[in-house]
Structures are given as structure tokens and as C-alpha cells.
Design a protein around this ligand. Structure first.
Ligand code: PLP
Length: 413
């Protein structure tokens, strides 16, 4: 403990400032607890997968809340590829890309990502959060405009905040509102419509056909964040643009390597080559952050190989999703969204969502309740995420537990 001298002593001043900071932080933490929005973390003692072991008791927990859509996080070939990359290329680069941090595997992965999405080029980031933080500022100037869905992911919102373009926010998936905003934005040099391909809280899919038609009509570009689509939406898992038949109309895709594509970490932008070249020169999270570690690159690279060899993995999830959605609907629950492995079980009341999620865990099923401010007031829900590696029995067990718990707490008659 620092012991300062008199009041004028800089050491005692800093002790007082630290004490004041501690008081302020404790009050803020108290407020978060008081508001019922405290997020606690359950500690997993096993690999990520459909069956987990938690440190706080409980083996054989059925997991329905990871973004491990294809089950590749623990796929033996993905793990082996990571180990090989680690052995051959080392733990990490101790450098950003442009100084001393580009290995052949980084270039290979970028080429593979571009090929997977049928785009000209791709650039890697430490995360998709970084890819979103880095693109708008590098691309748009005060002469330009960006039009953003009001429910876009926080990282898109933050990326847009950092840029100096004119900002328009259109109502969630509301094409009339987007059209009005596009008309308003005609005065600017360039218009970029930015949307999540699939929205993670509702499991709904952006109306990309309509968005692309409007973009064509008003001479705008389309940007999509495909974190909850890459690897599994569309006949070959290419994403929302493939699902909706607009691969040639979406100009820029940002996505993650931290969900369906092996789940390690990392993100990317893929699109026209001059854009990617510009990002390498100007995008701050790329320029000023360490290169992706080889093991992480190895995971993603193998995940993409598996997906490009066959569309069986991408396809395998759709049937599981359908099973869960139809059985839950038959049991009397309302599931938001359509055909997406994010299956929000709509409950309305925040307390009900919290106690039901807790009771599900007591029955060995790990699901998470979401309430305000993560979702709008009165729209609390339990979000269930289906993975290709859930068995039919896993899904049926989850539906049975929901039915029991729903009856117990009055969510079902
Ligand atoms: N965009 C969306 C829609 C996401 O859901 C997420 C992750 O939660 C991100 C971006 C950030 O991705 P990453 O985890 O790679 O930073």
C-alpha cells in the first residue's frame, strides 16, 4: 500500500484518486447488479462441443448456446491442423503483418477465403470486431453516406461511429424506411448499405434481395456481416448472399473465423481487390495489431477445406434446426426467426427467461436467457443455438426439458 505524506504530496493525491475510482466503479457495478443485467460466466472444463463439463459440477451438460454451428471447434482434423501449424510456424509472429508478420499460411488463408466467397481478395484481422471497426473509416469520407440497420451488431455500430461519413439508421429490415433514407442520401458521393446477414438475437435473415434491388435503384453498395451465416447458410454454406441468390450483388463481406469456421478466433473482409489493398494501407486494427497466430490460421484453413470438399457438413445442420423448431412450436412455444439455427424461444418476461434458463441447467441443458437491454423491453427470450453435431436425441431431450420447465413456470398451459 502506498503511504503518502501531506495533502500536497503527489503520492497521497494518487491514493485519493484511486480510492475515488474504486468507489465509483463499485457503485457502477452495484447499479448493474441492481438492474438485473449482470453477466456471469460459467467455467467450462472440457472442449467446446454439444456435451460439456462445467467446473461448477456437472458433466454431460448438453450445450445449446455456442456459435459452434458446424461442430468444427473440436473436429479432430481441425485440431490436428492447428497442432501442425503451431509446430511448423511457431506460437506467433510478435509483429503486425506489414512489418514482419506475414507467413505463407496467412496468404494461403486469405486466398482460400476469397475463393470460398467467390470474391477477388480477402484480408485477415484478429477478429470480426476488428474487421468491422476498421472498414468504414478506411473506406468512407465526409462526402459519403452509410445506411445501417438499427439492429446491426455492436461492432458495426462502433465501426460506423469511427468514420466521418453521413450516417443514416433505418428501421430493422424495413425496406420502405431504407428507400426513404436512400433517397435522402442521393446528395452524397457514395452510399453504403450495411446490414448483418443474419441477426443474432432474433435468428432473422436480412431481406438481401430487396436490399440489393434498392441498392441498384439508388446506386448504392451493399456490405454484409456474415458472422452468423458463413459456413452454413445457402446450399454450399457460403452465406446469406448464396441463400438469397445475390452473391454477385453484395460488394463487401465481413465475417468471423470464431464461430462456424473452427471457432478459434479471427475475422476478415472479402471483396474487390482495390478495397482489400486499401484496407492493408489504411485500416487501423489491421495496421496496429498482431498477426493471427499460426494455430488459429491452421484451424480456419482446415475448416474451409472441409467445407469446400463437400456441402454435407453445411447441409447437416438444416435438418437439426428444423427438428427443434417444429417440435418446440408443436409444444406451444413461439420461436422467432425462420430456418436459422439461432432459435430464440420468446417468453416476454425477463424474470421468466432467467428462472427458466436456470431450471434448464438444473436438468443438464445449458441455454441462456436474454433480456433488456440486450433485447427490447418485454421481449425477453431464451436463445437456443443448434449445431450440426447435436444428435436427434440431444434435440429431443432439450425440447422435453423446455416443455417440463415451461409448464412448471407457466410459460405453457
Ligand atoms: N458481428 C456479429 C454479427 C457477431 O455476432 C460478432 C460476434 O459476436 C462479431 C461481429 C464479432 O466477431 P468476432 O468474435 O470475430 O470479433
Amino acid at each position: 500500500l502506498l503511504r503518502g505524506g501531506g495533502a500536497g504530496n503527489p503520492r497521497s493525491a494518487s491514493v485519493a484518486a484511486a480510492a475515488e475510482l474504486r468507489r465509483r466503479l463499485e457503485k457502477e457495478l452495484e447499479d448493474i447488479r441492481g438492474a438485473g443485467t449482470w453477466k456471469s460466466e460459467r467455467v467450462i472444463a472440457s472442449r467446446q462441443g454439444p456435451h460439456l463439463r462445467l467446473t461448477a459440477g456437472g458433466a454431460g451438460i448438453l450445450n445449446f448456446c455456442a456459435n459452434n454451428y458446424l461442430g468444427l471447434s473440436s473436429h479432430p482434423e481441425v485440431i490436428r491442423a492447428a497442432a501442425e501449424a503451431l509446430e511448423k510456424f511457431g506460437a506467433g509472429l510478435s509483429s503486425v503483418r506489414f512489418i514482419c508478420g506475414t507467413q505463407s499460411i496467412h496468404k494461403d488463408l486469405e486466398e482460400k477465403i476469397a475463393r470460398f466467397h467467390q470474391r477477388e481478395d480477402a484480408i485477415l484481422y484478429a477478429s470480426c470486431f476488428d474487421a468491422n471497426a476498421g472498414i468504414f473509416e478506411a473506406l468512407l469520407t465526409p462526402e459519403d453516406a452509410v445506411l445501417s440497420d438499427e439492429l446491426n451488431h455492436a461492432s458495426i455500430i462502433d465501426g460506423i461511429r469511427l468514420c466521418k461519413a453521413n450516417k443514416y439508421r433505418y428501421k430493422h429490415m424495413d425496406m420502405q424506411d431504407l428507400e426513404a433514407k436512400l433517397q435522402d442520401a442521393q446528395k452524397h458521393r457514395l452510399r453504403l448499405v450495411a446490414t448483418d446477414g443474419a441477426f443474432s438475437m432474433d435468428g432473422d435473415i436480412a431481406p438481401l434481395r430487396e436490399i440489393c434491388q434498392l441498392a441498384q435503384k439508388y446506386d448504392a453498395l451493399v456490405f454484409i456481416d456474415e458472422c452468423h451465416a458463413t459456413g452454413f447458410l445457402g446450399p454450399n454454406g457460403r452465406g446469406t448472399d448464396e441463400l438469397l441468390g445475390v452473391m454477385d450483388k453484395v460488394t463487401i463481406i465481413n465475417s468471423t473465423l470464431g464461430k462456424a469456421l473452427g471457432g478459434a478466433a479471427g475475422g476478415y473482409t472479402t471483396g474487390p481487390k482495390p478495397l482489400i489493398d486499401l484496407l492493408r494501407q489504411r485500416s487501423r486494427p489491421y495496421l496496429f495489431s498482431n498477426s493471427l497466430p499460426p494455430a488459429v490460421v491452421g484451424c480456419a484453413s482446415k475448416a474451409l477445406d472441409l467445407l469446400m470438399e463437400s456441402n454435407a457438413i453445411a447441409q447437416s445442420m438444416a435438418a437439426k434446426t428444423q427438428r427443434f423448431r417444429s417440435k418446440m412450436t408443436a409444444a406451444g412455444f413461439t420461436i422467432s426467426g425462420k430456418d436459422h439455427p439461432i432459435c430464440p424461444v420468446m417468453l416476454g418476461d425477463a424474470r421468466l427467461a432467467a428462472v427458466m434458463a436456470e431450471d434448464m441447467l438444473n436438468r443438464g441443458i445449458y441455454v441462456i436467457g436474454f433480456s433488456y437491454p440486450v433485447v427490447p423491453k418485454g421481449k425477453a427470450r431464451i436463445r437456443v443455438q443448434i449445431s450440426a453435431v447435436h444428435s436427434d436425441e440431444d434435440i429431443d431431450r432439450c425440447v422435453e426439458a423446455f416443455t417440463e420447465v415451461g409448464r412448471k413456470h407457466g410459460a405453457l398451459p
